[in-house]
Write a protein that binds this ligand. Structure first.
Ligand code: DGY
Length: 324
């Protein structure tokens, strides 16, 4: 029997997925579960048939610019792929795949969690209680914002944005408005009666909650900046489960402190896991450590999806989730 393909996995995956992967391939896991260095990743491209990074591995041109790589497929674990320089990958002849769809629902759940947590001051309340500072119920204590029946503004009306819209519309009776740089099929907007707006600015000005669902990377860098934050209602909540670099964190912290907007729920940060101190100081921000897809079944589904892509590639077929 021919040798099994050699596969390098950069971070630990759920047990069931790792076990299946080991049955099918000659797998090397990064047991330490800390990000590999650029040098280690470059070496892996020379030594393995397939390379499986995650969204926390920076696979940039300096990694991909290798001569005589053994790797042909970079099968990433995660839907976002702005951590991979796809232009450099294409140039060097690598196929790149991601894991769309399987995490849409779970990530949308977290967007709704952040909306409610920020609007109802969940983090602040819990901090007060745990610090022993709660003095008891009173009519004016920690008043939040009611989101039910309000307007839910979605920037980026792809799979995750539409899932979040369904939860907001059917769960909380919210009117949905959206902007997407690409055309959206009318039947998809009709699922939630969502109304399109012709600009980001229009959504920011009208929505009570603005949730971000566009890809990261240079095209959307600091899309939400000081000028655009100023367009939002002073009570509005900004939710980001997309990518940290989409928001100018310093401008957001200033807006939160000045009361230009009401609050924010953030799961992703530019340069994460580092967080800019100004954001940590904002009581009206709920901050989570990139948990959008963090349920066992979703993380397993992401692994199965990587395996589907690998299997297709090694059978000589086109992987379904090719992005470069
Ligand atoms: C992704 O897949 O892009 C998320 O950010 C992590 O699940």
């Amino acid at each position: 029997m021919a040798d099994k393909p050699k596969v390098l996995v950069t971070r630990r995956w759920p047990e069931a997925v790792e076990a299946k992967l080991k049955e099918l391939y000659d797998v090397t896991l990064n047991e330490s579960d800390v990000p590999m260095t650029a040098d280690e990743m470059r070496q892996a491209l020379m030594d393995y048939d397939a390379f499986c990074p995650t969204v926390s591995d920076k696979v940039d041109a300096s990694v991909l610019d290798v001569e005589g790589a053994r790797t042909k497929i970079i099968a990433s674990y995660g839907v976002g792929y702005s951590h991979i320089d796809t232009d450099a990958a294409k140039k060097a002849g690598f196929i790149v795949t991601n894991t769309p769809e399987v995490l849409s629902n779970c990530t949308a759940d977290l967007a709704i969690t952040l909306m409610l947590a920020a609007a109802r001051r969940v983090g602040e309340g819990e901090r007060e209680l745990r610090a022993g500072k709660w003095t008891g119920w009173r009519p004016t204590h920690m008043i939040g914002t009611r989101v039910s029946g309000g307007t839910f503004g979605v920037l980026g009306f792809g799979r995750i944005g539409r899932e979040a819209a369904k939860k907001a519309h059917f769960g909380f009776g919210m009117k949905v408005i959206y902007f997407d740089a690409f055309p959206v099929k009318p039947e998809l907007a009709a699922e939630t009666g969502a109304e399109s707006r012709d600009s980001i600015e229009a959504v920011l000005a009208e929505a009570d909650v603005v949730t971000l669902h566009m890809p990261g990377g240079k095209d959307n860098y600091h899309l939400i900046n000081e000028a655009r934050l100023k367009l939002m209602k002073p009570t509005a909540i900004l939710v980001n489960t997309a990518r940290g670099e989409v928001v100018d964190g310093n401008a957001l912290a200033a807006a939160l402190k000045a009361g230009t907007i009401g609050g924010a729920g953030l799961d992703v940060f530019e340069g994460e896991p580092k967080i800019i101190p100004a954001l940590l100081e904002c009581e009206n921000a709920v901050l989570l450590p990139h948990l959008g897809s963090a349920t066992l079944s979703t993380r397993e589904d992401m692994g199965w999806r990587v395996m589907e892509n690998l299997e297709a590639y090694f059978k000589g077929e086109a992987p379904r989730d090719r992005v470069a």
